[in-house]
Write a protein that binds this ligand. Structure first.
Ligand SMILES: [Zn+2]
Ligand SMILES: [Zn+2]
Length: 135
C-alpha cells in the first residue's frame, strides 16, 4: 500500500510502500518513553520502500534488547517521531503510524511487548468521552 506522511510542522515529508497486514502496536517501555504515550503504532516499509521527500530528521541511536542498534528519527523542529531503522541495514524502516496521512486505513494486526502494557489500555471505552477538548 502506498502511503505518504509528514511530521507535525511539515518540514519532513516522505512516501512509502507498506504492508498493511503488518501494522503493530508496541507496548515496550522504550516506545512508551520515546513516544511520550502509552504505546506506539508502527508499520514496516517494504524493503527499499521508504523515501524521504523533504527535510532531514535527527537520528537518536538506541540499543535494542538484542544488542542491535536502532536509529530513531525525529523532526528537530517539532519533535515528531518519523521512523526507526536498523543502524546497519538502512533498507528496513519502521514507520510511526501517527505521521501517516492514510493512518485511519492502517488497522493494527498484532500487539507486541504485551508484558509491559499499561493495565488500563484494554479498558478505555467506558472512560467519559468528549468530542474535542474540555480542560
Ligand atoms: Zn516537524
Ligand atoms: Zn516498542
Amino acid at each position: 500500500m502506498k502511503i505518504t506522511g509528514a511530521c507535525h510542522c511539515g518540514a519532513i515529508t516522505y512516501e512509502a510502500d507498506v504492508d498493511p497486514e503488518r501494522v503493530a502496536i508496541c507496548h515496550c517501555t522504550d516506545c512508551q518513553a520515546l513516544s511520550g504515550s502509552a504505546f506506539r503504532v508502527v508499520v514496516p516499509a517494504r524493503p527499499g520502500g521508504f523515501k524521504l521527500l523533504s527535510g532531514k530528521p535527527k537520528v537518536y541511536l538506541k540499543a535494542a534488547q538484542s544488542g542491535r542498534q536502532r536509529t530513531q528519527a525525529f523532526c528537530t523542529e517539532c519533535g515528531s517521531s518519523i521512523y526507526s531503522a536498523d543502524a546497519t541495514n538502512t533498507q528496513q524502516f519502521s514507520i510511526r503510524v501517527g505521521t501517516v496521512r492514510e493512518r485511519a486505513e492502517l488497522l493494527p494486526k498484532k500487539q507486541i511487548w504485551r508484558r509491559s502494557a499499561l493495565g488500563w489500555v484494554d479498558h478505555i471505552e467506558p472512560i467519559p468521552q468528549v468530542q474535542t477538548q474540555d480542560f
